[in-house]
Design a protein around this ligand. Structure first.
Ligand SMILES: *[C@@H]1O[C@H](CO)[C@@H](O)[C@H](O)[C@H]1NC(C)=O
Ligand SMILES: *[C@@H]1O[C@H](CO)[C@@H](O)[C@H](O)[C@H]1NC(C)=O
Ligand SMILES: *[C@@H]1O[C@H](CO)[C@@H](O)[C@H](O)[C@H]1NC(C)=O
Ligand SMILES: *[C@@H]1O[C@H](CO)[C@@H](O)[C@H](O)[C@H]1NC(C)=O
Ligand SMILES: *[C@@H]1O[C@H](CO)[C@@H](O)[C@H](O)[C@H]1NC(C)=O
Length: 309
């Protein structure tokens, strides 16, 4: 094969640069951890349904498929806005629906063409809704394997504070910082850098050791909080909206706080922020299990209906 011509090289470079922007959500690790936690809290019925829906390549483990939605981001370009939600520079997420004729509008949940519901909250409700047609072949025209893989990914994403953040800076993507000595942007710091550093400092760079520590904490440090994490009184849809409200609050109080362009973030930032990241990974796991149990557990589904709007 001939060497690529300069034009082609430039194009390739451009493609790579574009790919680097907002390319991931929680990095691979974050998504895998969230799903590994969720797997431990699935009811028998839910675990069986999940196993049946997973592709053979998953080896029966949901966590292996949780980064999938990032891997298909270029093939499924329409799904890009489903990884996040933006607010107009405000620390509140406004999901109040306004009605005009038969249409409804959300301030903070639409894609760049204004198509309503095309954000991470809409996506979680959408894929939940699709999975509720499991075993009901008359209603199911969707590929439920994909619905499951999308849902598992987006429940992780909605817990990453900078996935529900300011439109102006693309959730921190346009804020350049240094993470210790390395160049990064703020979004990447929260997707990947903090997790990498905490894995290196505390868990011997081992993902399973970190999952184990988070899991242990469910019965220790967090035991009093878990009933509140699981509390979802919204019987019409999931509680994704509440998780988004939490995230933008954390974005303002932790992620953006005291950060400016070109700042170097080091120990002070790391030590005050990593506990937030650990907690969000754990909460994402618990909530994903909750949603899947409500979808698939036939014993509970009558008392906890989950119909997306
Ligand atoms: C949310 O948006 C609606 C409609 O735009 C507005 O009426 C309402 O005051 C907003 N609520 C908050 C808490 O900002
Ligand atoms: C709902 O899922 C379908 C199938 O993947 C997709 O075409 C549609 O854009 C999704 N909408 C939202 C809001 O997630
Ligand atoms: C459903 O989606 C998965 C993942 O994209 C794909 O491998 C599989 O072939 C699809 N199944 C059908 C019936 O289209
Ligand atoms: C366990 O929970 C406590 C209390 O919230 C928290 O301070 C600590 O960082 C958590 N530990 C881990 C490993 O997440
Ligand atoms: C669950 O949340 C609702 C509404 O926020 C609240 O009224 C209720 O007390 C909570 N229940 C528990 C067990 O935390």
């Amino acid at each position: 094969m001939a060497a690529p011509r300069p034009q082609q090289q430039l194009l390739l470079l451009l493609v790579l640069l574009l790919a680097a922007r907002r390319a991931e959500a929680w990095g691979k690790e974050g998504h895998i951890m969230t799903c590994k936690i969720a797997e431990r809290y699935l009811s028998e019925d839910a675990a069986a349904a999940v196993r049946e829906l997973l592709p053979a390549s998953a080896g029966g483990e949901l966590s292996t498929m949780c980064p999938w939605a990032d891997e298909v981001r270029f093939r499924y370009h329409w799904a890009s806005p489903l990884h996040y939600a933006n607010t107009p520079g405000l620390c509140s997420f406004n999901s109040t629906r306004r009605f005009l004729l038969l249409l409804s509008f959300y301030r903070d949940c639409h894609n760049s063409n204004g198509v309503q519901g095309m954000c991470v909250i809409g996506a979680i409700n959408n894929y939940t809704d699709q999975l509720l047609t499991y075993k009901d072949s008359t209603k199911s025209s969707y590929n439920l394997t994909e619905s499951l893989m999308f849902l598992a990914h987006f429940v992780g994403d909605v817990h990453q504070p900078l996935h529900v953040a300011f439109e102006e800076d693309e959730g921190g993507n346009t804020i350049n910082v240094h993470w210790y000595k390395a160049k990064a942007n703020l979004h990447h710091v929260w997707d990947v850098s903090i997790i990498d550093t905490v894995m290196k400092n505390l868990y011997n760079k081992d993902l399973d050791t970190m999952v184990e520590a988070l899991h242990m904490n469910m019965t220790n440090g967090w035991s009093d909080d878990i009933s509140q994490w699981k509390n979802c009184t919204n019987t019409q849809t999931t509680c994704a909206n509440d998780y988004a409200v939490e995230s933008v609050g954390l974005a303002c109080n932790y992620a953006y706080k005291d950060v400016e362009e070109d700042i170097t973030l080091g120990d002070e930032y790391y030590f005050s922020r990593y506990p937030v990241v650990e907690k969000r990974l754990a909460q994402g796991g618990i909530r994903l299990a909750l949603i899947l149990n409500r979808i698939f557990d036939k014993k509970k589904v009558d008392t906890m209906p989950l119909y997306a709007q």
